[in-house]
Design a protein. Structure first.
Ligand code: ZN
Length: 270
C-alpha cells in the first residue's frame, strides 16, 4: 500500500489533495472500465478524463500507464530480480471513486494498494506521483507472485516498495531531512520497535505512526543497500522467497540477525 502522506511533506500533501478531490468530485467516472493489455499487464481504467481529451485522451493515458508499468517491470527485474510470469491486473480509479470505495480500509489517505490486484487512485494524466505509486504497488504484486502464501513483514514489503519507487525516481538513500527526522524520532524514543514493523501491514496505523513506519522501513532497506551494495538486495529477496524465512535469509546474505540490523540503523542515527 502506498500512503499519500509522506513524512517530510505531510501538511502540504494534505492541503493539495483536499483541493484535488474537490475538483474531481464534480466530473465523476461512469463505472465503465476501459480494458487494455500489454506484455505483462491488464489495465482497467475509469478516470473521468475531461471532454477536451475525449476518447483519445483516455487512450493516450492508458498507453502511457501501460508503458510506465512495463518500464517498472523491467526495472524491477534488474534491481530485485523479480519477474512475475502471469499478467498482473491493474485498476486505475477516478480519484473520487477510489476515495469513496476504499477510504475506510486505511486510517490514512492511500494512493494505491495491492490485494491480488493493483488498485490505484488515478489521475487524468501520467504524473510523477502516479508513476511512483505504480512502481510501489508493483513490488507488492511481484513479491506476492514470487511467494504467494508467504507473509512478508511490512518493513520488508513496504520498505522494499518505497526503496524501489524512490530509486527509480532517481533518489539514492535517505535525504538529509529524512535522516534528521529519523534521528529526532530516535532521540525521543519514537521509532517503532521491529516487532511493530514486522506485522503484515501498516494499514491499521494512525497517520503519524504510519508515516514513521514507512520512513523507518525505507531506512532499513537503504541500510542494507549501503551495507551490501544494491545488487545484494536481489540476492536477499531471492533467498527470502526460497527459504521463506526472513531471519535465515538475512543471516545467509548479510550475516545479520534482525536485532543487529535494527541496532545498526539506530547506531547510525544516534
Ligand atoms: Zn505499499
Amino acid at each position: 500500500m502506498r500512503s499519500r502522506i509522506r513524512w517530510a511533506s505531510a501538511a502540504l500533501a494534505a492541503a493539495g489533495l483536499a483541493a484535488a478531490s474537490a475538483t474531481s468530485a464534480g466530473r465523476g467516472a461512469d463505472g465503465d472500465f476501459d480494458q487494455r493489455t500489454s506484455a505483462h499487464f491488464v489495465l482497467y481504467q475509469d478516470v473521468a478524463i475531461d471532454e477536451a481529451g475525449g476518447f483519445h485522451g483516455s487512450l493516450r493515458f492508458e498507453q502511457q500507464v501501460l508503458a510506465e508499468l512495463e518500464r517498472a517491470y523491467e526495472a524491477l527485474d534488474r534491481r530485485f530480480g523479480l519477474r512475475p510470469l502471469r499478467k498482473l491486473d491493474v485498476v486505475v480509479y477516478d480519484p473520487a471513486v477510489f476515495d469513496a470505495h476504499f477510504a475506510g480500509l486505511f486510517r490514512f489517505p492511500a494512493a494505491g494498494f495491492y490485494g491480488g490486484v493493483i488498485r490505484v487512485r488515478g489521475d487524468t494524466r501520467l504524473t510523477e506521483p502516479l508513476s511512483r505509486v505504480l512502481h510501489h504497488e508493483l513490488v507488492h504484486a511481484a513479491l506476492d507472485a514470487a511467494a504467494p502464501s508467504l507473509v512478508v513483514p511490512a518493513w520488508v514489503n513496504e520498505g522494499g516498495a518505497e526503496w524501489f519507487e524512490m530509486r527509480e525516481a532517481g533518489k539514492r538513500g535517505l535525504s538529509a531531512g529524512e535522516r534528521n527526522a529519523l534521528a529526532g524520532l530516535a532521540r525521543r524514543g519514537e521509532l517503532h520497535e521491529l516487532g511493530a514493523l514486522s506485522a503484515p501491514s501498516f494499514a491499521g496505523m494512525a497517520p503519524r505512526a504510519a508515516s514513521i513506519a514507512y520512513l523507518q522501513s525505507y531506512a532499513l532497506i537503504d541500510h542494507l543497500a549501503r551495507r551490501g551494495g544494491e545488487r545484494k538486495l536481489a540476492q536477499w529477496l531471492a533467498e527470502l522467497v526460497r527459504s521463506r524465512h526472513l531471519e535465515r535469509s538475512l543471516r545467509r546474505v548479510y550475516r545479520l540477525d534482525l536485532a543487529d540490523l535494527d541496532a545498526a540503523l539506530r547506531r547510525e542515527l544516534s
